[in-house]
Ligand binder design. Sequence first.
Ligand SMILES: Cc1cc2nc3c(=O)[nH]c(=O)nc-3n(C[C@H](O)[C@H](O)[C@H](O)COP(=O)(O)O)c2cc1C
Length: 128
Amino acid sequence: MKFVLYTSVLNQEQYDVLAVPDIVKTARTQNNIHGITGVLLFDGLNFTQYFEGSEEAVDTLLANILRDNRHKNIIIVLTGQQEKRLYNDWGMGYIDISDNQVDIDGCIAAADFSVDSFKRKISRLDVE
Ligand SMILES: Cc1cc2nc3c(=O)[nH]c(=O)nc-3n(C[C@H](O)[C@H](O)[C@H](O)COP(=O)(O)O)c2cc1C
């Protein structure tokens, strides 16, 4: 099972927050087809996304995401292989962190950062 965790910024020059429901809708349909699960966090400007699946599915999705004009400044925080899925329930869970105090940047910057610590950090947030 391969996974990717990245951050990016909404391309505000050409899109606004109304692009986000579209992104989530497509993601859910496509991810179910391709066996991708994960979670997308959005604070009104910045995205943080974690996704996992077969190597082929993850590589294809990453290539799509990297050339998607709706966001920019994409930084791959962590990628690798793991034994099991972290998310079984969601094609792509969505978490609005705009009025939340969760410190994703701090979590990602932490010396002991791992995908598990990321999941622990966001596990108390409501997935839509
Ligand atoms: C922040 C962000 C997250 C995205 N997450 C997904 C996702 O989880 N699954 C997905 O299929 N597409 C996602 N997309 C959309 C892809 O970039 C791409 O548009 C989609 O895979 C369709 O590609 P295609 O038109 O080449 O088939 C996301 C786009 C953005 C900007």
